[in-house]
Design a protein around this ligand. Structure first.
Ligand SMILES: Cc1cc2nc3c(=O)[nH]c(=O)nc-3n(C[C@H](O)[C@H](O)[C@H](O)COP(=O)(O)OP(=O)(O)OC[C@H]3O[C@@H](n4cnc5c(N)ncnc54)[C@H](O)[C@@H]3O)c2cc1C
Ligand SMILES: *[C@@H]1O[C@H](CO)[C@@H](O)[C@H](O)[C@H]1NC(C)=O
Length: 635
């Protein structure tokens, strides 16, 4: 039992006094129940093996940096080739029992599984957050951000990928993307699995949460009453409402580490080193060949050589950071920091993120929502531990997703500009225990809006701007690899973003007036901070958005993929870093433009495709494009 309690202490949850007594009872109860009832379930999927430093080789064919959404896929696929050996380096440790519980997603933030990044102070956004800085959680654990995320399985719009291809990235169109989405997938919904758009038998389990509140049904009904279809938003068309599908397996989180690494844990040619923090890629300044990596483990600096390639899969914050520390980045910045310049590239630029309005909350006059007081009970723990069911399987509280059109989108084009995340609760639902901290809200802000309705029944919707025009940048703070980089998202620096999101908020408010939601009352909670504007005016919505701006945690674009004539491009369409041999980036940072949906499934797709590009390059570089096309058309 004592080892099982370790992750609890590791979580280091800083909780408010009242809620702490609840959680302090609840979490040990949950852990005990999981240990007792799920022992046999966990065993066949035993954890990845952590290779000790003195057992590591001096060189590997491939070194993959970061075991996140993309890195876990890349390492798994490359080690399918028996005569290649692969080293996967991950800064964090392994997942915990708590990180498996879908409803607990937000409770992992600010724990030791999180890098705990914050943006630099914003002037147009995050005004309700401490220091006007938005929290930017990122997974520091096997599975990376797929362990912190809300598990929502969303692929984006077909046009997103056709746009990438149209920008000069052959092989990245919607047909290619669909091939790789299906390759990973094991969809548990027999109705969806039969369609042309889904796969079965892949590593990644996709399913609905086994349990729903009555509000999930209202969401679908409300959507229909507004004229939207209830449909598979990952299928032929995207516009519409759907009960969320997620990366969950038997009611528990299915991270990419669980999906792609646990089944191959006994492969002799794959070494995984946890708690290994990569500080730079070793690049020969004259030949410009990447020949290895340097990392810190157990307070010692180590170097390991790569015979074929180094692959950065450290995510949209850390991959650009590592490149710049290695001498690959914007010339002026590196010179200022006295880092010897090896290749001048626009690393860190082109940063894009999904931003939405938090706290758009509606009161419920019946006990149908998720509240901490009701959920933290022996029966919900037993439902989860024994049956893999019950309210603890709801993905971070999100039950429904919708893609809708503002007046700025062409409604007959199936290219919606707003996504709704429907939550059967809101920031107040845990009585101020953790959610307000996860969002970094100022005490005074929470007190005025949410204290009066602490733990009361509510629902909320987060409208999200799908294709932001604003661009941010990530820069090095210093040449110390352990210093956090500077994050400037520049939310709403393009005015059109605010205009579009305001229209999205109006559609969210309209949803609350449908009969499906009126039957629960659904009166909107006001922001007193914005009452100097006329209620329901654009200025009022704008004030709400500027205060409670929430990232949906989808930073991308900081090592942009593009053709050689694109001055912003950092990697080519084969994901090779321009000007450097033996170095690729494969993760969220290569996306040239934002996808119209949550980013986890698209990043896994990038990992699958990236691994195939490497195999094609080293195994048979001739005829590869023809073969790829043939595969793509077989779907
Ligand atoms: C709170 C949260 C909720 C989200 N919800 C959803 C959702 O519901 N649905 C969805 O589709 N997407 C969601 N996302 C986004 C999605 O999870 C990410 O886009 C995706 O995981 C990014 O994958 P990646 O491989 O680029 O980076 P990551 O998964 O972040 O992987 C990077 C890995 O590299 C490691 N690393 C970094 N630096 C170093 C270093 N120097 N040395 C060694 N290792 C290093 C990290 O520890 C990490 O394991 C969410 C993200 C967060 C944080
Ligand atoms: C809207 O989209 C439809 C379908 O793609 C297209 O035929 C039409 O021209 C578009 N309208 C405008 C105003 O762009």
């Amino acid at each position: 039992m004592s080892t099982l309690m370790a992750p609890l202490q590791g979580l280091g949850l800083g909780l408010g006094a009242t809620a702490a007594s609840n959680l302090a009872v609840f979490i040990p109860l949950l852990l005990t129940a999981i240990a007792y009832y799920q022992y046999e379930l966990i065993d066949p999927e035993a954890r990845p093996i952590n290779t000790e430093t003195d057992e590591l080789l001096e060189s590997y064919d491939f070194i993959v940096v970061g075991a996140g959404s993309a890195g876990a896929v890349v390492a798994s696929r490359l080690s399918e080739i028996e005569n290649w050996n692969v080293l996967l380096l991950e800064a964090g440790g392994d997942e915990t029992e708590i990180s498996d519980v879908p409803l607990m997603a937000a409770y992992l933030q600010l724990s030791q599984l999180d890098w705990k990044y914050k943006t630099e102070p914003q002037k147009d956004a995050c005004l309700a957050m401490q220091g006007e800085r938005c929290n930017w959680p990122r997974g520091k654990v096997m599975g990376g951000s797929s362990v912190l995320n809300y598990m929502l399985y969303v692929r984006g719009n077909k046009k997103d990928y056709d746009i990438w291809e149209g920008m000069g990235n052959p092989g990245w169109g919607s047909r290619d993307a669909l091939y790789y989405f299906k390759k990973s997938e094991d969809n548990q919904n027999p109705y969806l699995a039969r369609t042309l758009y889904h796969g079965e038998g892949g590593y990644l389990t996709v399913s609905e949460a086994p349990y729903h509140t009555p509000l999930a049904k209202s969401f679908i009904e409300g959507g229909k009453q507004m004229g939207y279809m209830n449909r598979d938003i990952n299928g032929e068309y995207q516009t519409g409402f759907m009960v969320a599908q997620g990366t969950i397996r038997r009611g528990s989180r299915c991270s990419t580490s669980k999906a792609f690494l646990r089944p191959v844990r006994l492969r002799k040619n794959l070494h995984i080193a946890m708690n290994a923090h990569v500080t730079r890629v070793l690049i020969d300044p004259t030949t410009k060949v990447a020949f290895g990596v340097e990392f810190i483990r157990d307070r010692m600096v180590h170097r390991i050589r790569a015979n074929k390639e180094v692959i950065l899969s450290a995510g949209a914050v850390n991959s650009p950071q590592i490149l710049m520390l290695s001498g690959v980045g914007p010339k002026e910045d590196l010179i200022n920091l006295k880092i010897p310049l090896i290749q001048n590239l626009r690393v860190g630029h082109n940063l894009q993120d999904h931003i939405g309005l938090g706290g758009l909350t509606f009161m419920c006059n019946q006990p149908v929502s998720i509240t901490l007081s009701r959920i933290y009970s022996v029966s919900s723990v037993m439902d989860y531990a024994i049956l893999g069911g019950g309210p603890l399987t709801i993905m971070g509280g999100v039950e429904g997703l919708a893609f809708v059109n503002t007046k700025y989108a062409n409604a007959s084009d199936d290219f919606p500009d707003i996504e709704f995340h429907f939550i059967s609760g809101s920031t107040n639902s845990d009585g101020g225990a953790q959610l307000k901290k996860a969002h970094g809200l100022k005490e005074a802000f929470y007190k005025v809006i949410f204290d009066p309705i602490n733990s009361k029944d509510v629902w909320s919707v987060i409208p999200v701007l799908l294709r932001p025009r604003s661009r941010g940048v990530i820069k090095l703070r210093s040449r110390n690899p352990l210093d956090y980089p500077l994050i400037y998202p520049n939310y709403f620096s393009d005015d059109f973003d605010m205009k579009t999101l305001i229209e999205g908020v109006k559609i969210g408010v309209a949803l609350s007036t449908t009969p499906a939601f009126k039957k629960y009352g659904s009166q909107m909670v006001v922001f007193p901070q914005c009452m100097h504007h006329e209620m329901y005016s654009d200025a009022y919505w704008e004030c709400m958005i500027r205060h409670y701006s929430v990232t949906i945690y989808h930073p991308i674009g900081t090592c942009k993929m593009g053709p050689y004539w694109d001055e912003e491009a950092v990697v080519d369409p084969q994901l090779r870093v321009y000007g450097i041999k033996g170095l690729r980036v494969i993760d969220a940072s290569i996306m040239p433009t934002m996808v119209s949906g949550n980013t986890n499934a698209p990043v896994i797709m990038v990992g699958e495709k990236g691994a195939d590009l490497i195999k094609e390059f080293w195994l048979n570089s001739i005829h590869s494009s023809r073969r790829r096309r043939r595969k793509g058309s077989g779907i």
